[in-house]
Write a protein that binds this ligand. Structure first.
Ligand code: FES
Length: 119
């Protein structure tokens, strides 16, 4: 992993270990936009796992875990996305779609919530 999560997010080792336990190996984070908010998600991982990661690192995403299989069968993670350079929006399963630079999630699945933090 090329990124220093501890320095980037000011989190402790336990939070980093929790994140590593749910993620596939990755070297870098890639920029994604979620309902107008820019986030950085691990490459080589699904949008679902990436959003879980962002929630662990920042507290900005909460997930109702009981709603999701994270295996492509329940379809509850259906999301609307727009790929970079494309106008049309696509309906995809967040647990089956890899995080790629510039993807915009225009509508989160029910059970995901983006929490704006006031600093
Ligand atoms: S979480 Fe069940 S299909 Fe994605």
């Amino acid at each position: 992993m090329a990124v220093d999560l501890k320095a980037m997010f000011n989190v402790d080792e336990a939070a980093i270990q929790d994140a590593m336990d749910i993620l596939r190996p990755f070297e870098n984070l890639v920029p994604i936009v979620i309902e107008g908010n820019e986030v950085m998600l691990p490459e080589n991982n699904s949008l679902w796992r990436g959003m879980q990661f962002w929630g662990l690192m920042t507290g900005q995403i909460s997930i109702d875990f009981g709603l999701f299989c994270i295996a492509g069968t329940c379809k509850n993670c259906k999301s609307r996305i727009r790929r970079p350079g494309e106008d049309r929006k696509l309906s995809v399963l967040a647990c089956q779609t890899m995080a790629e630079p510039g993807i915009e999630i225009t509508r989160l699945p029910q059970g995901f919530r983006f929490v704006q933090k006031l600093y």
